[in-house]
Every structure is written in C-alpha cells, then in structure tokens.
Design a protein around this ligand. Structure first.
Ligand code: TYD
Length: 250
C-alpha cells in the first residue's frame, strides 16, 4: 500500500467512530453573507436546544490558521494552484482531526464556513485536475463529508460590492485577500462551478438566493435545515421571521 493510501485508509477508519452531531458546511463566492448566516443558524439551533460550534476554512485549528495566513497573504501563490490545493488539504486534515471530528463525536453540530467544495471550485477553476482533487479530498477529509451544504448564491457584482463596502467600513486591514483580487470573469466561473456541484448532489446541497435581505436568507436556510433534519428539528417551532438586522458579510 502506498503512503497516501495508508493515510487515507486510517482516516476512513477514524471516520467510523461514533458521529452524533450534524455537519453543515456553508459555501459561496466572496461577500455571499456566509458568516452572518452561520451565526443566525447557530442562534436558531441553540434556541431549539441543539449545541453547535462555528468554525471556518482555511483555518479552524491552530496549525490550520497558520497555513491560512500563508495562503491568504498570497505568499505561496508562486507555488501554483496545485500546491495551494495541497496546502488547503493539509489545513483541512488538521482541522478535521483537531476540531470537527471531536465536536461531532461529542454530539455538537458543526457549522463550517467553507470546506472541500471550495477547493473543488477555487482550485478547480484555477486548472487543478479533478482526479488529483479527489485524491486530496479522500486523504484530508476521510469519511467526514458534510451532512448538508448550504450554498448561498449571489452574483459577483453584489458579492464584490459587499466586500468593498466591508473593507471600507473596517478602516484598517482593507487589503483584499489573494482570492478576492481575481477578475470578475473568474468570480463568475466560480459561481457557476458551485451551482454545477449543487446540481450534481441535490440531496446534500440547499441553494439559497443570497441577494435578498439577511432576514429572508436566514428564514430560507432555517426552513431548509429543518427539512433536512426533521427528526432533530421537527418540533423546533415555526420558521418565524428573524427581527434582527445584522450586516450581510462574507
Ligand atoms: P475568507 O476571508 O475566509 O473568505 P470568505 O469570507 O469569502 O470565506 O478567505 C478564504 C479564501 O480562500 C476565499 O477567497 C476562498 C479561498 N479558498 C480556496 O481557494 N480554497 C479552499 O479550499 C478554501 C477553503 C478557501
């Protein structure tokens, strides 16, 4: 057995360990509003008596956060898209080991801002061979595939203008990251790739229109989550309009 197969096999075996919580990932382009919506969903799950943690990629564990800094600074861009994909996968493997698997085993739900679908879309769009991405995913993720993926779909025009407004409002650290500076055509291709992925796995994905208000998006997501997990959330109350008005962000 080659090393990569041995590692993959070990991670598959680990994934057979009891997994009690639900694993929900959020995907979408820049400025889709993922972080706002993740925090809204966490509040609703908590109100329904479910304990949930919020995490993100790249990052989520100390080692993965170190890799995140390298990736988002653009310092490793010269290595090429394939090696960037390797680094995203390395960060993901640590994140699964250190945070996602233990949380799911303890019964927490895990709400993760981006996961392996982002590698398929961003590094796939950059030309990395899908078969290579499959192998990386098998090694990094093992059996820890999401139970549900919420794709928040917005046009690049809307998403990028939100990112620009956010950067302007924050005053400091307004430099766009390595992936936000790509051309509009690249952002449009990523949007289509996300939609294609969702169409290829309709039982895992819920595609939500992120161009409406934060409240409307939160309600749609809550309905989709309740429909996906009727046993856990069947009596969690009606999908009442959420009165709060948080910013719509990344
Ligand atoms: P982040 O600031 O977290 O962006 P966002 O708010 O849009 O989620 O930066 C993460 C960036 O890294 C984002 O541009 C997408 C990119 N990315 C990849 O290219 N591949 C991946 O596997 C992941 C997880 C993210």
């Amino acid at each position: 057995m080659r090393d990569e197969e041995r590692v993959g096999a070990t991670r598959e075996a680990l994934s057979e360990l009891p997994r009690q919580g639900r694993f929900i990932t959020f995907e979408g382009g820049e400025g889709a509003g993922k972080s706002t919506q993740i925090s809204r969903l966490k509040d609703r799950l908590n109100a329904a008596g479910i304990s949930a943690i919020v995490t993100r990629e790249p990052g989520g564990s100390p080692t993965a956060e170190t890799i995140r800094e390298l990736l988002l600074s653009g310092k490793v861009k010269p290595l090429g898209a394939e090696m960037e994909a390797v680094m995203f996968a390395a960060a993901r493997a640590d994140h699964v080991d250190e945070k996602i698997r233990p949380a799911l085993a303890s019964g927490d739900w895990v709400l993760c801002d981006r996961f392996a679908d982002s590698t398929r879309v961003y590094q796939g769009e950059a030309g990395v061979d899908p078969a290579f991405l499959d192998r990386l995913e098998a090694v990094a993720v093992g059996g820890y595939r999401p139970d549900m993926t919420v794709l928040i779909d917005v046009s690049p025009d809307v998403g990028l203008s939100r990112v620009a407004a956010r950067s302007g409002a924050s005053g400091s650290s307004s430099d766009p990251d390595r992936f936000e500076t790509d051309t509009k055509e690249v952002h449009m291709r990523r949007r289509q790739l996300f939609l294609d992925l969702a169409a290829s796995e309709p039982s895992r994905f819920a595609v939500i229109d992120g161009g409406t208000s934060a409240d409307a998006v939160a309600n749609e997501i809550w309905q989709a989550v309740r429909a996906r997990f009727p046993v856990d959330l069947g009596h969690a109350g009606p999908a009442a309009p959420d009165a709060r008005r948080d910013r719509i962000g990344g």
